[in-house]
Design a protein around this ligand. Structure first.
Ligand code: SF4
Length: 329
């Protein structure tokens, strides 16, 4: 444990595989490895940014941690409780503390419910208000948190802008008093001008309510701004993890270096040479031997093709890299 920090979430050698079935006969013809031996620790009040190309397993990892998808192996310890094998009934009370905000706020809201009903529903389900007046008061507080006027309560989702809908999704998540929120590409569908407002709102709420975030995003600039720590995923594995300031200054895994070289900058002194990755991401049902990144890596050797590198501590205090030949600046 780091000094003065309390652990909220421990993910320990987590795996999630899916069976690939024959499209006509229905029997198993293979396995997709979506989350492959992932371990990390998340401290209370902090944000872990999870980055990587689409299809790398970020979303499945977020959903497996919340037990929306059943883990294949490994352990998930939330607030000191091993929730890996909790029953659906046990998960009901635990899940109140673990919420998720999705990418598409329109699809996440029931179009037939007015905003008041949408916010009232979780309060009712979890018996969080003793009376109608208490529920009304709580809804007013939620609108206050997400900075929306009370007139919005009588509207339906289709009458709201994308930014307002996402604020309602955030308010609905907050209704059950969570301590942990998975933000799954939560700003990706919003206009750029609205994205900044929602990011600032999430950060203000984190300070005010002591929230802990797993912030899944392909937007590396937003993650740099939001996250305390960053983990980079490739084909279901974390290939590099470090404090945000450290990893952006000194990425050591070739994949991270390629990913970060694509971050646009207008500052000439910060201009980096763009690394264009060759080839496509291999299929997670046919994983390469050795290091999964070797078919696209310009530094690959015979060792890389045959031995899988473990995620190991490098020179930095809490900088971990899964590469036989990390590059240190
Ligand atoms: Fe490249 Fe080898 Fe490092 Fe994999 S282990 S990232 S192939 S240098």
């Amino acid at each position: 444990m780091q000094a003065n920090k309390e652990i909220l979430l421990e993910v320990d050698h987590l795996y999630k595989t899916f069976a690939v079935k024959h499209h006509l006969l229905g029997h198993r013809v293979g396995t997709v490895s979506a989350v492959n031996d992932v371990s990390f620790t998340l401290y209370k009040g902090e944000t872990l940014g999870l980055v990587g190309e689409s299809g790398c397993g970020k979303t499945t990892l977020g959903r497996t941690i919340l037990r929306l998808v059943e883990p294949t192996a490994g352990r998930i310890i939330f607030d000191g409780v091993d929730i890996t094998h909790c029953s659906a009934k046990q998960m009901r009370s635990i899940r109140r503390k673990m919420q998720i905000i999705f990418q598409d706020p329109y699809a996440a809201l029931n179009p037939r419910m007015a905003i008041r009903q949408i916010l009232e529903e979780p309060i009712k389900i979890h018996h969080l208000a003793e009376s109608k007046a208490a529920s009304t008061q709580r809804i007013a507080q939620l609108l206050d948190y997400v900075q929306l006027p009370s007139a919005i309560l009588y509207k339906y989702p289709h009458a709201l802008s994308g930014g307002q809908r996402q604020r309602i999704c955030i308010a609905r998540a907050l209704a059950v008093e969570p301590t942990f929120i998975v933000c799954d590409e939560a700003i990706a569908a919003l206009d750029v001008s609205v994205q900044a407002q929602v990011i600032n709102l999430l950060m203000d709420l984190q300070k005010e309510l002591g929230l802990t975030y797993l912030f899944i995003s392909h937007d590396l600039r937003v993650v740099e701004f939001m996250a305390n720590h960053v983990a980079v995923m490739y084909l279901g594995k974390i290939v590099e993890a470090a404090p945000a300031a450290e990893i952006y200054k000194n990425p050591q895994h070739p994949y991270t270096r390629a990913l970060f070289s694509a971050i646009p900058t207008i500052h000439p002194s910060k201009h980096k040479e763009r690394i264009i990755l060759q080839g496509d991401v291999p299929s997670p049902s046919e994983l390469p031997s050795g290091c999964y990144f070797h078919p696209r890596c310009w530094k690959a050797t015979e060792e890389c093709r045959s031995i899988q590198p473990a995620l190991a501590q490098t020179a930095g205090d809490s900088h971990q890299v899964a590469c036989h030949f990390p590059e240190v600046n």
